[in-house]
Design a protein around this ligand. Sequence first.
Ligand code: S3P
Length: 180
Amino acid sequence: MSVKSKLIYLTGFMGSGKTTIGHILANKIGWDFLDLDKLIETETGKKISGIFQEEGEEYFRQLESEYLKKISHYQQHIVSLGGGTIAFFDNLNILKNSGRIVYLKTSPEKVYARLRFKTDRPVLKMQEENDDKNKILTRIADLMEKREIYYSQADIIFRTDNLPMGKAVDLLAKMINKYI
Ligand code: S3P
């Protein structure tokens, strides 16, 4: 079987740069870019945070898996997944059978720094609860650790922590070259 692949999936924790890197990477290699969360928002006409609030996480996870199944038939797309996509239902198998997975690995501190003023990450409950930095950092680190078992099954594990964006994309483009 050829190592070439029709889809490259970007996985990793919230705030790991999946969408930002995905956009630039797609541009660089001449593929289309697709963001799974954005697709769900466009198709449902609702914000992800609104879906969590009104229908709950379980409903969101079902939607997420449904849309993942649909896009797994696409060709030549860089797909930015949600931070939890890989960890639910048989999503990991769908990913493995339909493309190559790149894990953008980052530290809890970086995630905290990038997301601390954001209000659209319902899983972390950053603004709802009056927690201090340490409590939020612990929450991020715990969830990251639970998900590591899924993330670590990626074809490529790429640390984004201390790399400027341009450099990260250049390196990643070289690494995925064998799959495109
Ligand atoms: C989630 C991550 C979010 C989004 C939803 C749940 C998670 O995507 O899918 O809020 O469980 O980690 P990003 O990773 O793009 O922020």
